[in-house]
Design a protein around this ligand. Structure first.
Ligand SMILES: Cc1cc2nc3c(=O)[nH]c(=O)nc-3n(C[C@H](O)[C@H](O)[C@H](O)COP(=O)(O)OP(=O)(O)OC[C@H]3O[C@@H](n4cnc5c(N)ncnc54)[C@H](O)[C@@H]3O)c2cc1C
Length: 405
């Protein structure tokens, strides 16, 4: 057991922060998450489910005893993938039945993923309605935190798991997440709508997994969730501050009809029948590929705070969860072996270097995929990119920094 227990604060209860908390807690290291949301099921989570890989997101759960919970709450058939053109013609199809078990990426709804992790830690370890408003170095490796609810805390180890627009990041880096030029609303069909007879044509295009339709700088995507909804996004070139026009859902539909003019009426059903209250805007951001920093005593970043990338590699949540696992293993090993503060800092600094390299690899894939998929040459460029991906042997699942249990 540890001889001294550092005071550890994790900012953010997203996939990265929750895996880190689980990993520390399961290895006897106390830590607290401070989260902006007021409760676990607050909306605002990006729309669709997440596909988790065996050696990445699933590994983070498995090494914390949650493989069975994941299997019970995920949908293996969600691995299915269809790439379409704007007329609904099938360009690429990937089935789940022919895929070896270890390469399968079952889909889990974000609220369920959050809940299975919350259920595995004592509830008092997560402080809801704690928005970090400032974090200040006290000069001796400790940091003073201030929260929107008026409280403060001083901690020995501060971990920013607070997403793309991290408030912790300025302590280690001058970089900001940059808008990539793509914006648009979440789109969803209410539970059961996709089962209606008049939706049979759209149902066939979506299948059991993810459907992505692209053409000339515009995309519509959709996938089933476990509550019978269809959730997805419209993404198109628009200013960073693009927002739904005033006038409610009809005004938004009118604008989207213009953006997707000439698209198959079957795909446009996602717009015509979307739920009015699930249309949050979803601008996309990324940090520069290869974002890194010189280690700063007492503070680090994980997940999107360290390496936000666009969703086009399907990697963000997976590597965020691996960050949580691997940093948790590094810190718990140091503390449980009675390492000095300096030795623990060196271990974290070494982990950061491995994380930078692993994240850079996936950030590059996401950037290249985005350029092929959202392009004046799409869908031909997107299809060519998929063919290259297959020629290169498909998804290389090894995101790990090498920090084993
Ligand atoms: C449309 C879309 C689709 C995606 N699809 C996929 C996919 O299929 N597969 C995949 O692997 N990845 C996907 N991603 C990426 C994935 O969502 C992220 O990489 C992942 O959520 C990052 O996890 P995180 O914990 O680092 O950050 P987040 O999920 O952003 O969590 C950060 C947490 O910090 C909290 N927070 C923020 N600021 C503060 C503050 N000041 N004080 C306290 N708390 C704060 C937030 O409320 C939140 O709970 C997608 C992203 C988008 C936008």
């Amino acid at each position: 057991m540890a001889t001294t227990q550092p005071r550890i604060a994790i900012i953010g209860a997203g996939p990265a922060g929750l895996v880190l908390l689980l990993t520390l807690h399961n290895r006897g290291i106390p830590a607290t998450i401070y989260e902006r949301d007021s409760h676990a099921s607050e909306r605002g989570l990006p729309s669709g489910p997440l596909d988790l890989g065996w050696t990445s997101g699933q590994r983070a759960l498995r090494e914390n005893g949650l493989q069975d919970a994941f299997t019970a709450n995920s949908r293996v058939e969600g691995h299915e993938y269809r790439m379409l053109d704007s007329q609904g013609n099938l360009l690429v199809y990937s089935n789940f039945e022919d895929v070896p078990k270890d390469d399968l990426r079952p889909e889990i709804d974000r609220p369920r993923l959050r809940q299975i992790m919350l259920d595995a830690v004592p509830s008092e370890l997560i402080k809801w309605r704690y928005t970090l408003t400032s974090a200040k170095s006290l000069g001796d490796g400790t940091h003073q935190l201030a929260f929107g609810n008026g409280t403060t805390a001083v901690v020995d180890i501060l971990i920013g798991a607070d997403g793309a627009h991290s408030r912790v990041r300025p302590l280690v880096s001058t970089e900001r997440a940059r808008y990539v030029g793509l914006n648009g609303p979440d789109l969803s069909l209410a539970p059961g709508v996709i089962e209606r007879e008049d939706m049979a044509d759209l149902r066939a295009l979506i299948g059991k997994g993810l459907m992505v339709a692209q053409d000339d700088d515009r995309e519509l995507n959709a996938q089933l969730t476990s509550d019978g909804r269809v959730r997805g996004n419209a993404h198109f070139r628009a200013p960073e501050l693009w927002t739904a026009p005033p006038g409610g859902i009809e005004a938004l539909r009118e604008e989207l009809r213009e953006v997707y003019k000439g698209w198959s009426p079957v795909l446009v059903k996602l717009i015509e029948h979307c739920e009015p209250d699930l249309t949050d805007r979803r601008p996309l951001y990324q940090l520069p590929v290869g974002h890194s920093w010189a280690h700063v005593r007492g503070v680090t970043l994980i997940g999107d705070a360290a390496h936000v990338m666009t969703p086009y590699a399907g990697a963000g949540a997976n590597i965020s969860m691996l960050d949580g696992l691997e940093l948790g293993l590094v810190i718990s090993k140091a503390v449980n072996e009675g390492a000095s503060d300096a030795e623990r800092e060196t271990a974290v600094a070494n982990w950061e270097k491995r994380m930078f390299a692993a994240a850079a690899q996936w950030a590059k894939v996401a950037e290249d995929n985005m350029e092929a998929m959202i392009s004046p040459d799409a869908p031909a460029s997107a299809k060519a990119r998929w063919e290259l991906f297959l020629q290169e042997g498909g998804r290389q699942e090894d995101y790990s920094t090498g920090d084993a249990a």
